[in-house]
Each structure stands twice: as C-alpha cells, then as structure tokens.
Design a protein around this ligand. Structure first.
Ligand code: COA
Length: 350
C-alpha cells in the first residue's frame, strides 16, 4: 500500500504562498497585515491592491487603481444579453456563464483585474432587465451596494465593505485551489475564473450562507434553536454556517462580523437567536460559527436580497483569485497528483 495524503488533503501543505495565511493567534492575515486591522483602517480597494500587488498603495496608486476598477466595470452588450437569456436562474450560475463568455485579454494582472472589476455589473444584470446606467457611485463598495439594492447609502455601503474585505482572500480554499489547478495547465484567466466560480457554489464552500438565513429568519426563540440543533446533530446532518477546515476554535471573520452586527443591530431578535445558536452549538459539539453564519444575517440586515449572498462572496474573492493566478504563473508547475489504483486488474475480454 502506498502512503496516501490525508482525505481531502486535510492538513497538507501543497505549496508556498505570500498572499494570505492564518497566524498563531488564529487571525487571518493578508500580505502580513491582520485582516481585522485592515478592515478597521483601510478601504476595500486599497486592500484589493494589497492582495494583488503585495503592498498598501500610496495616494496616487490608490486613485489609479480605483479608476481602473471603475473604467473596467462596465459589461458589454453581449454579456448583458447572455445574462438576459439566463434570467430566473441562480445569480451565481449567470455570473459563472457570463464570466466564461468573456474574451480572454491576455494573462497579465490588468487582464485578470478587468474580469474581477466586472463582477458587480454582471451580478446586477443577472437580476435586473435595465442596464446599470452610467452615473454610478465612484467607490467600489458604494457602487456595488447601489447595484445590489438600487439605493445609495453611504453607511450601508461602508458595512458591505467590511464583509467584502473578510471574504476577499483565504489561501488554498477549494475555489482558489481549483483556480490554481486550472492556471497550472496554462489555461487563460477566463477559464481559471470559471473553474473557481463553479467550485465556490458548493454548499460546503460558498453556498452555505443562504441556507443559514432561511433558518435564522424562521425561528422565534431559543427553544426552537435548541430543537433544530439537537435534531440536526442527532441525525448527523451538517448545520450550515458551522465548522471550518482551518478554524477549529474561532473564525476571526465571523467574530468580526458578529461584533459589527451587535454594534448596529443588537436588539434584533434574529441577531440574538444567532448569538445563542453559536453558544449552544459550541457547548454541545465544539463547532465554531464560520463567516457565512453571521455573514448571511448581516447582509440581510443591510437590505440585500438573499440571492446575492454567494455572488457577493464571489465578487470579493475574485481579487484573491487574481493574486493566486499571478502567483501560480510566476513559478508554474503543472498540478497533477497521483491516484493509487484499487480497482480490478487483469480482466480478460471474451
Ligand atoms: N454541522 C454538524 N456537524 C459538523 C459540521 C456542521 N456544520 N461541520 C463539521 N461537523 C462535524 C462532522 O460531522 C465531524 O463529526 P464527527 O467527527 O463526529 O464525524 C466533525 O465535525 C469534523 O468535520 P469534517 O466534516 O470532517 O470537517 P471538514 O474540515 O472536512 O469540513 C466543512 C469543514 C466546512 C466542510 C464542514 O464543517 C461543513 O460541512 N460545514 C457546513 C457548511 C459550511 O458552513 N460551509 C462554509 C464554510 S466557510
């Protein structure tokens, strides 16, 4: 018997990265900075620049990056038509299809960023018949908030910005690893983004947040929380929004979003039930709430429709994907592991 890597590659380091990690205190780190510090002090666009280029931009670079994202945000008539044909389908499917139809513009960072820049307008066109218009707010989070809700609201856009920052990057998560496998074949960025979007959709990865919201809005009190959790654990069902491959004690992103939820919506019954549910599940099974648990309720309280939650995650993570595609290509080797064959052998055809 050969030595197999652990199932799901759990605990296996498969390559190095300079983009993100989790430090010894359990904090998520982008390019050396703790994400919770970045989110308190810096803008989404500057952090996207940091993740992609490796340093915080000065004022000129920051302005130029922001303009670049704005100038590349608009989608073509063809993309609008493809979104129109798919109307009614899950927004993440429309996003994946429109992204897969984009014309590859090369393999440089600008080409990658111009794909990421289009996500908010593609997401908008998946749910609206009318085009996004040309007079959109300048900053990325404000523009995105407007495209999601049809409203300009600086405060809510600032709150959306925080969760976008939390979602932006997470080293070798499943969608990013899938993107790197595709990049390693030297397929173009459009193919790699399509792979990543397909992988993100699964409920064990990005698809958990909508399920969490349905549950949290449906329950009335602590007894219902207990009944739901007890029954799910007894039946050995997975409770969406709990557990994580990396964060076994606490997900720092979930704790950050919880803090803002409590600062802004402390008296909301769903928030109180969520906090109780986190405690109850931790005490019963030592499972930590992950970012999708508080993230879903957070976006709901910002007035954002549930169909957008996974696409919002994708739009933020797209900047992490840009960085990983570039890092993979900077020192590429085809990712092609081995499978230990345990099937039948030496059969004869009659
Ligand atoms: N609900 C109930 N039990 C859970 C659970 C959950 N959400 N997540 C993990 N567990 C249990 C497993 O059943 C297993 O229990 P056991 O040892 O008694 O068999 C144990 O915890 C270890 O879980 P495992 O699935 O092996 O961990 P993993 O690292 O492979 O999985 C996830 C991580 C994220 C896939 C998993 O926690 C999960 O499915 N969570 C729900 C989906 C989710 O919220 N995804 C978003 C992630 S950000």
């Amino acid at each position: 018997m050969v030595d197999l890597a652990p199932k799901g590659l759990e605990g296996v380091y498969v390559d190095t990265t300079e983009i993100a990690t989790t430090d010894k205190t359990g904090n998520l780190v982008y390019r050396g900075y703790r994400v919770i510090d970045l989110a308190d002090k810096t803008s989404f666009e500057d952090i996207a620049y940091l993740v992609v280029y490796g340093s915080i931009p000065d004022a000129d670079k920051s302005r130029a990056f922001s303009s670049f994202l704005r100038e590349n945000a608009q989608i073509s008539e063809e993309s609008g038509k493809i979104a129109g044909i798919m109307k009614g389908r899950p927004v993440i499917d429309v996003l994946r299809t429109v992204v897969s139809s984009l014309k590859p513009e090369g393999v440089n960072t600008d080409a990658l960023l111009s794909i990421a820049a289009k996500f908010p307008e593609i997401i908008h066109s998946a749910a609206n018949s009318s085009p996004a218009g040309s007079k959109l707010p300048e900053a990325y989070p404000d523009r995105f908030y407007y495209l999601l809700t049809g409203k300009e609201d600086r405060n809510k856009a600032r709150l959306l910005e925080k969760i976008l920052i939390m979602y932006m990057e997470h080293e070798f998560n499943a969608s990013t690893f899938a993107l790197r496998v595709t990049a390693s074949t030297m397929a173009d960025p459009v193919c790699a983004f399509t792979t990543a979007l397909a992988t993100l959709k699964g409920p064990l990865h990005g698809g958990a947040n909508s399920a969490v919201l349905k549950f949290l809005l449906g329950i009335k009190n602590r007894d219902e929380v207990k009944r739901y959790v007890d029954s799910a654990l007894e039946k050995k069902e997975k409770i969406m929004g709990f557990g994580h491959r990396v964060y076994k004690d606490k997900d720092p992103r979930a704790q950050y979003i919880k803090k803002i939820l409590l600062e802004n919506f402390r008296d909301n019954p769903a928030v109180q039930n969520a906090v109780y549910m986190e405690e109850y599940i931790w005490n019963k099974k030592a499972l930590a709430a992950n970012v999708d648990f508080y993230g879903a309720l957070y976006m709901h309280l910002l007035g954002i429709d549930e169909k957008f939650y996974l696409p919002i995650f994708a739009a933020a993570r797209a900047f992490g994907w840009v960085a990983h595609y570039s890092e993979q290509m900077s020192n590429n080797k085809l990712i092609r592991p081995l499978a230990h064959y345990v099937g039948k052998m030496d059969l004869t055809l009659r």
